[in-house]
Design a protein around this ligand. Structure first.
Ligand code: 6PG
Length: 245
């Protein structure tokens, strides 16, 4: 019996972080083919932080770039920090420099969160409206993304849904203002209704430092525990260090 047996969804454990990135790339490619076959396009929300860098560079590299039809892609974000889009702390900056600038995606199909705006509530409302107007609605009414890629913080946050913050309780908007416990504190984040409306959610979690957050998630103790797609799939892509014990 592993402490992670109660994690909802499918668990894919790879030995190394590089192998995790390859497993996620394979999964994304399959999800994009499924979505394109189903409705002629593919929408994906990317996360920030350090974990996605390896995946982005792999997708943009010689092994994968030719195996994906980038013309199908519409890119959104799971969250964004309150900083300019060219700031190294920006999740858009990470995606733009490691992936989007290196693959043939039409920039008009990349929808960044305008978290540099002074009025974050208005910016979040604008993004919520963009999601609703550019994506099909799931049965519960929330905009339905084909894929949402998420990370897991050591305190069990995901996207910018941090423990004890108001964003956790927002159910009538698809994106909202978030509050982190590390700089940059102010954020914009997808809300749980949007995350749980997705066709497929994939967590990418590596490193021993995330093991306790995974255990807490499995126990239902942290925000990430609330990611349970209503009419979609959930997969955890872990390396051995994160999944140990
Ligand atoms: C952010 C991310 C955040 C991230 C986790 C894990 O803006 O910080 O979206 O939710 O996914 O904090 O971050 P690491 O991958 O750096 O561990």
């Amino acid at each position: 019996m592993s402490a992670l047996d109660d994690l909802a969804g499918e668990r894919v454990v790879s030995e190394t972080a590089q192998e995790v990135a390859d497993a996620v790339a394979t999964w994304i490619a399959a999800q994009s083919r499924r979505a394109y076959g189903d409705h002629g396009s593919f929408s994906i929300a990317l996360s920030g932080g350090s974990t996605p860098r390896m995946l982005n560079e792999l997708l943009a590299g010689p092994e994968w770039q030719g195996r994906i039809d980038w013309s199908w892609w519409n890119v959104y974000f799971a969250d964004e920090r309150a900083c300019p889009p060219d700031d190294p702390a920006s999740n858009y900056h990470l995606a733009q420099t490691t992936l989007l600038s290196r693959v043939p995606i039409d920039p008009s199909r990349v929808h960044r969160m305008p978290a540099e705006r002074a009025d974050l509530d208005a910016a979040a409302a604008e993004y919520s409206d963009l999601l609703a107007s550019s994506l099909p609605a799931a049965r519960g009414g929330a905009p339905r993304l084909d894929v949402i890629l998420l990370g897991l913080g050591e305190n069990g946050h995901t996207a910018s849904l941090f423990p004890g913050t108001p964003a956790l309780e927002v159910v009538d908007r698809w994106a909202t203002r978030g509050l982190a416990d590390y700089e940059p504190f102010d954020r914009i984040t997808l809300t749980f209704p949007t995350i749980n409306a997705a066709a497929a959610v994939g967590f990418m979690v590596t490193g021993a430092s995330k093991n306790q957050a995974l255990v807490a998630t499995a126990r239902g103790e942290v925000p990430a525990s609330r990611v349970r797609p209503t009419d979609g799939t959930l997969a955890w892509f872990l390396d051995a260090a994160a999944a140990a014990g």
